[in-house]
Design a binder for this molecule. Structure first.
Ligand code: SF4
Length: 280
């Protein structure tokens, strides 16, 4: 395989360093949404073919919303650590997925609500960060048959978790049938009122694939192997895939887009008054 050549722009970006933003995933159970029980239209299948293949056709579909509206809101949530308002219905898949949940020192309400005996210091994380574990069946110890017992004070990780992101990127945790979240992911259906909605969705899927298949083109730190982290990165850099570029230029653009997102994130966190409408 030919060795890719990297422009001075790439090398400069790498020298400055960039970090892949890590979503430590997870759940919540919130607003109820009625699920339309129709299957994806032929147009949807043409727009995002993988979605048709990964769909569990025995389960009613769930309306995931207009793609670009969802994407804008999701990026805003990632940039500001704000609630994603995922219409989980009665699904608690992410609370049953054997996930460790980070609780950061500034999450006072969550730290007060969770018995200290259920958490432990998070290895390698800033001082004061705790990890919430799960039981032998992979369930969060705060999950009851009625849902989260500390819903109003649940950790930030749970608030920003939105499994529609997996549907957007075409990456599913586990397989669609054997994973509590994978099953739900296969039932989401976005709508595409404009051609731009379809193009954006195809760009996110293309970004996720590129990050997986062309990981070796990234000198230094490679894109994350974990599907959740790769999904989040694909959302952040999807715009790169709205244009045609050579692979080396694409790598440079991805690094640049990721750095730009983190810079915007820092700016937004300092100015929380910015509305999701203005987040592009
Ligand atoms: S804290 Fe609540 S929302 Fe978060 S994983 Fe546990 S039960 Fe689910």
């Amino acid at each position: 395989m030919p060795v890719p050549k990297f422009s001075s722009r790439v090398l400069e970006l790498l020298r400055l360093g960039f970090s892949w933003f890590i979503l430590c995933s997870f759940p919540q159970n919130q607003a109820k949404t009625d699920a339309p029980d129709d299957s994806p239209s032929r147009a949807d299948r043409r727009a995002v073919p993988y979605l048709w293949r990964m769909t569990d056709h025995s389960t009613p579909m769930t309306d995931a919303g207009v793609f670009t509206s969802w994407l804008r809101r999701m990026l805003y949530s990632l940039a500001t650590d704000s609630d994603t308002h995922t219409p989980c219905g009665d699904c608690t898949g992410c609370c049953r997925s054997s996930n460790f949940i980070h609780i950061h020192p500034d999450e006072k309400a969550a730290l007060r609500a969770i018995p200290k005996t259920l958490t432990f210091p998070a290895p390698g994380a800033p001082k004061g960060t705790r990890l919430l574990g799960y039981d032998a069946e992979g369930r969060c110890p705060l999950l009851s048959d009625l849902g989260c017992t500390i819903y109003d004070a649940r950790p930030r990780t749970c608030r920003i978790y939105d499994c529609r992101a997996f549907a957007a990127a075409g990456l599913i945790p586990g397989t669609a049938t054997d994973h509590p979240v994978g099953r739900k992911v296969g039932t989401w259906r976005f709508s595409y009122p404009t051609s731009h909605d379809k193009k954006c969705h195809q760009a996110v899927v293309a970004a996720a694939r590129f990050l997986e298949e062309k990981a070796d083109l990234f000198p230094g730190r490679k894109p994350p192997a974990d599907p959740a982290q790769r999904t989040i990165l694909a959302l952040k850099v999807h715009r790169v895939f709205l244009e045609r570029q050579s692979d080396p230029d694409r790598v440079a653009s991805i690094v640049e887009a990721s750095s730009r997102f983190e810079a915007k994130r820092e700016a937004l966190i300092l100015r929380k008054e910015i509305s999701p409408r203005r987040f592009r």
